[in-house]
Design a protein around this ligand. Structure first.
Ligand SMILES: [Fe+2]
Length: 257
């Protein structure tokens, strides 16, 4: 081998050695980076687990709060029913009819729940009406009837202090309004009455007419349905009446005991 070839060979070997070192260094960097990534990944997995745990805890807290709210609502309902034992169960039955109607009208789960609570509490203002008037077997005087009518406003005043996620106080206020403005207390008309209150008006009438009262025996479901049919579009919302009639006459719905 000539000297020149020798020099070239050692130069090439030198370059190879340098390239090798570079590769080695790059490999080490890559390994370091990979180890860092593994660590970061573990950290992320841990954080995700923590988030999932927290989310599960929040679901439980939410359920507990919801149960507490519903229990409080039931307490208020029982108190209002105790005031007027002749109509015991009225609020619960009205709520069931109203919920069935609103399901057919396409309300989502949350609004269905609101409808149930509104049903439970719509007559809570009766607490301010003297018990002897509520249970009077004979015909009411005009004065007595006026006192009974005040339950809508009284209910609103009590319920308005609670911040419900639904229009509970407004439904209590408006559930005796009628589509043609013949209701009370504000003589609201048509769409200015909340849909929830229009549903409650129909459910309330059907339940009240079909069950017993201190001054008369229950008139039966057919009489009650005939009443809302007669008031369809004048006193009661047409759509709501149609849905309610269909529920009872075609879908076999019955007022719960
Ligand atoms: Fe009422």
């Amino acid at each position: 081998m000539s000297n020149i070839q020798n020099d070239e060979l050692s130069a090439a070997l030198g370059r190879l050695a340098i390239a090798n070192k570079k590769l080695l260094f790059q490999n080490q960097e890559k390994e370091k980076r990979a180890a860092e990534l593994v660590l970061a990944n573990k950290e992320l997995a841990f954080q995700n687990n923590e988030k999932e745990k927290r989310a599960a805890e929040l679901v439980i807290i939410n359920e507990e709060l919801h149960d507490a709210l519903m229990n409080t609502v039931r307490v208020a309902m029982v108190l209002s029913e105790m005031r007027d034992p002749y109509t015991a169960g009225h609020e619960r039955r009205v709520a069931e009819i109203a919920v069935a109607i609103c399901i057919d009208l396409g309300f989502d789960k949350n609004r269905q729940e609101g409808m149930r609570v509104a049903g439970y509490l719509h007559d809570v203002g009766k607490i301010k009406v003297p018990a002897e008037i509520l249970s009077k077997p004979g015909k009411l005087t005009e004065n007595e009837y006026n006192l009974i009518k005040e339950h809508a406003q009284s209910g609103y005043e009590v319920l308005n202090r609670v911040s419900f996620p639904w229009p509970i106080a407004e439904v209590a206020l408006q559930h005796h309004e009628r589509m043609d403005g013949s209701g009370y207390p504000q003589q609201l008309k048509g769409d200015s009455i909340l849909i929830e209150a229009r549903i409650m008006a129909v459910a309330d009438t059907v339940e009240a007419m079909s069950s017993h009262r201190p001054y008369r025996a229950g008139l039966g479901i057919e009489k009650a349905l005939a009443e809302i049919e007669q008031g369809r579009g004048t006193a009661y919302d047409m759509n709501v009446v149609d849905v309610c009639l269909k529920l009872f006459r075609e879908k076999g719905f019955e007022i719960p005991d």
